[in-house]
Design a protein around this ligand. Sequence first.
Ligand code: PAF
Length: 283
Amino acid sequence: MAPDTILNIAELRSTVARWRAAGEKVAFVPTMGALHDGHLSLVLLARAEGARVIVSIFVNPLQFGPTEDFARYPRTLKDDVEKLKIVGADVVFAPAAAEIYPIGFQTSVINKKMSHGLCGKFRPGHFDGVLTVVLKLLNIVSPDLALFGKKDYQQWRLIERMALDLELPLEIRGCDTVREKDGLAMSSRNRYMSAEEREESTLIYKGLSAARAAWQGGERSRGKLLAAFSDSISRCPRMTIQYAEIVDCFSLEPAIGQVADKNLVMIVAVLFGDVRLIDNLEF
Ligand code: PAF
């Protein structure tokens, strides 16, 4: 059965209230649409919990910088609904911007620490926009469980932190990154790449895997582990590393000198012209 598409907050809330009255569990997968197997895997995980599943599709203007790809971000609602039908989502919540940010809207969620490094350094304000919309969506949907892909590792950890700091009564779950056969992490932005760039993009996962293999082989020098990644990227001269860091997987504090023996994640962002790809691997 095709999921119901709901456009307004009141209708979404009354649907959830009906489910709650019947004692059902509610799971939520927030997205910006242009769905791929990574998103669909979150829906399947939610269904495996026996929950009703709501997927939001909202390209959130607040999380895009003035020179970023808000205008060209793919909007593919019809296709998305077809895909969600196959995996069995119950509801697609696809509000207009004015529903989420009506005239007079002026409140934000600001993270004061973990949002400053990694992607946050290059996308000022991005995570405040993410946290603001996610908190709003969570307040609208009031799920028991919300699922996020670990591909956006910093985003996931920030949302988890927000839920702790603000006492949100739900489980935030980070779920494994879904990859193409050649290792590229699935992303709605992968479609921006030319065929040649798509081929070269596999160097990102190869580089991360080389670093992890070195770590598994006993290497603990941060410099050498980062070099294992950059050696891979340097095989494509058109690709530049925006950042590559090895951080504590909970606090996202960078490792210095020698890295720790556990709880590490390598997080990277790579640029090809104006295409920006992020990825990470837990060690
Ligand atoms: O990861 C995304 O698609 C977005 O950042 C999210 C969590 C849906 C908030 O707009």
